[in-house]
Write a new protein. Sequence first.
Length: 334
Amino acid sequence: MPKKQWSRDDYCHVGNSSEVLRSGIPDGHSPSLFLTDPPYNIGHNYGNVSDRLKKDDYHRMIGEVLVSSYEAAADSAHFFMIHYPEAIAEMWSMIMETGWKFRQWLTWVYPSNIGMSNRAWTRASRTVLWLVKDEGGEPKFYPKRIIRPYRNPWDRRVAQLIKDGKRGCSLYDWWEINLTKNVNKEKSDYSNQIPQVLLQRIIRSTTDVGDLVVDPFSGTFSTAKAALATGRLGWGCDMNEETQEYWPEETDFIRDYVEEEYSIDQDQSFDTVRANIGKERMNEMLRWASERLPPSQRKWTIRELDFIEGAQETAETSDESEDEVQKSRSVFDY
Ligand SMILES: C[S@@+](CC[C@H](N)C(=O)[O-])C[C@H]1O[C@@H](n2cnc3c(N)ncnc32)[C@H](O)[C@@H]1O
């Protein structure tokens, strides 16, 4: 099969996305995934594009994009929309009339140091609304590709799962992922840039290499870049002509990307951010603390730390006897 090609001319656009979606998808391709973070209509600076539309006009605009996405989508496809929960609640009946079906309500939480309001607690979360089109059957979903490591690997049941070659559990429906910060090299000056970890998590869990991933409100083209970095064809459109400066390069397309199961995608956990320490230091401290655990717990904990740090040999089947696994059940669920 010839390798897929990607070019800016075919995959990057300026314009009103409900219109561009009708004419600008390359021939012979149907998007498997729409992944987008629409304007929130709260007055951000998007160049020539207003982020303060009248509420009815705003809802109509989002509705038109959902309908043209549904028409352009493959018969089995996903639509993920990142937004504030109250905004989605307000648009709910309109969203349900676009053809897309509700699949899951995910919550993205992020540590934020800003905010001390007298009226409400600090906002540090957004909704990731997952919708599907299933006219061609269930859309693809690969929950094993990105997992969270076991929290109590010494537990008898968990140790058995690890011996059987399992490497972790399905993700929860709430995700702790840090905001894209100024110190981060992926950060540009544009409002609401979505972190690569979150985008790649959705892309890798719902599509295959070579599939077409579309973001109708591209901003910094972060979704297209996440798609290209994982071997998918990333398509983007934005009405703000200034966003052309963020268009990906052809060299961003990693066409030889190989998918794997049981990846841990988090680069920095909440706790390391709070403690203001790096991942390596955190792991050093956990290893130091593990030395104080009973031997059977220590062994399993260190195996998991090895795995989290990328040591492949931890995936090998263990030949340890059951006696070495702590018999008592952990108080934690896994
Ligand atoms: C929240 S930002 C997207 C940021 C993006 N997720 C990122 O990571 O950089 C929303 C974008 O939608 C664009 N936009 C607003 N209305 C649009 C429309 N009708 N068609 C296309 N783009 C639009 C704005 O210019 C803005 O760049």
